[in-house]
Write a protein that binds this ligand. Structure first.
Ligand code: THU
Length: 130
């Protein structure tokens, strides 16, 4: 398993690839698989705005598309003093495919928050309810 700093550094590097020309708000994410691999993502905006993909979902969809199915942690990095927690859509996708992940929030220099996903998404809707 990577330590927190290794995972956060991967998210910081991924953030540099963010395509955020509309919001200027660059985000990087690094998802750790159960066997210790790190899959990264960054936010990708486009001219319609509404089709924007957050860094977290890019990382998760990349990971799933490469055959990874079990995950332990995600680091999320933005250049802000306040923590940047995942949006509602990302919480849902992370929960359905990653379960109760440890969520490490950081900026360019330090950790700004640490949570379990079940605390960020209480009373989730998921496949168990179908
Ligand atoms: N964004 C993320 O990528 N992840 C978050 O956790 C919060 C928001 C992106 C979406 C959009 O490109 C920009 O940040 C501003 O909302």
């Amino acid at each position: 398993m990577a330590d927190d700093e290794t995972l956060i550094e991967a998210a910081r590097r991924a953030r540099e690839n963010a395509l955020a020309s509309f919001s200027q708000f660059k985000v990087g994410a690094a998802l750790e698989t159960a066997d210790g691999q790190i899959i990264t993502g960054c936010n990708i905006e486009n001219a319609t705005y509404g089709l924007t993909l957050c860094a977290e979902r890019v990382a998760m969809f990349k990971a799933l598309s490469e055959g990874h199915l079990r995950f332990t942690r995600i680091a999320i990095v933005a250049n802000t003093d306040q923590p940047t927690p995942p949006c509602g859509a990302c919480r849902q996708i992370l929960w359905e495919f990653g379960g109760d992940l440890e969520v490490v929030l950081a900026n360019l220099t330090e950790i700004t928050g640490q949570h379990r996903l079940k605390d960020l998404l209480p009373l989730p809707f998921d496949a168990r309810l179908l």
